[in-house]
Design a protein around this ligand. Sequence first.
Ligand code: ADP
Ligand code: MG
Length: 316
Amino acid sequence: MNEFELIRQYFQRPAPNALLGVGDDAALLLPTPGKVLAVSSDMLVCDRHFFADTDPYWLGHKALAVNLSDMAAMGARPRWFLLSLALPAVDKDWLARFSAGLFSLADAHDVSLVGGDTTRGPLNLSLQIIGEVAPEQALRRDQARQGDDIWISGYPGEAALGLRHLQQMLTLPAAHLDLALQRLQAPQPRVALGLALAPYSRCAIDISDGLVADLGHVCAASACAAEIHLAALPRSPLLHSVDVDLASQLMLAGGDDYELCFTAAAGHADAIGSLSRQLGLPLTRIGRIVAGSGVRVLQADGQPLPLVLKGFDHFG
Ligand code: ADP
Ligand code: MG
């Protein structure tokens, strides 16, 4: 099978969102009038972001999910994506499962694969995604304001718990293992939440590198500080099986969660509570934006947590 047969067989699909999709020198896309484009790229490298033996179906899912999560965090509607693949060899079973996982999530979010590049090399997946948002509705890191509440979706720390299990740093009870691995390998990007936040929020980030680290980026961009309350963090039932210090560490600095952290004026709390019920997604108020800089985690007695928490940094 040559390169072009491979592309045709596994990656060329009808692209209803595009005037012209895979197969020419470039795709032709028609943006919606009045919207701006939100453009982002995320790369998954074997042995760094995933293990070589990861089920290719879920790898296809996750490669797109992490990019969809960036759209969610901008409040953008994802529409098109490109896939650049380096493959060590043509493995038909692997390609069939990978593209099945990829297109299953793509169909669920109505995004079209419109192009890419395919080359031989160490396994590496690079996706670019393009979405649309009204410029005044974009959820930007520089739009947090003093007095805003800080909210988080889902249960931070579950994916990191699954990773600790795979790394044999702990052993999860069988009853928790499936869900923890699902969080790690099959994250559900919060696109519907990102779109629904327009009336309430101007500022969001996805917590792929860990809550404290990512909230720190919001504080730096918005020139403010964040105070979060340890006791207010939504504690996953999965974290009950580990000791409290590790549970705190995973919730605050775990990473790979692809949940959204967003800010909203205090007056929107009830509406955000209704939104949570409507989406069937826990949304929890964990703190407040204040004057100053950096992120402080307050314990029940009001004292700051002394732990040094670092988010994931490839060069740190
Ligand atoms: P070019 O020679 O112009 O770089 P290629 O031969 O690399 O074009 O690709 C041919 C067509 O297939 C292009 O439309 C390109 O966007 C698309 N393509 C290549 N690899 C992929 C892939 N992995 N997924 C989706 N589309 C791809
Ligand atoms: Mg090419």
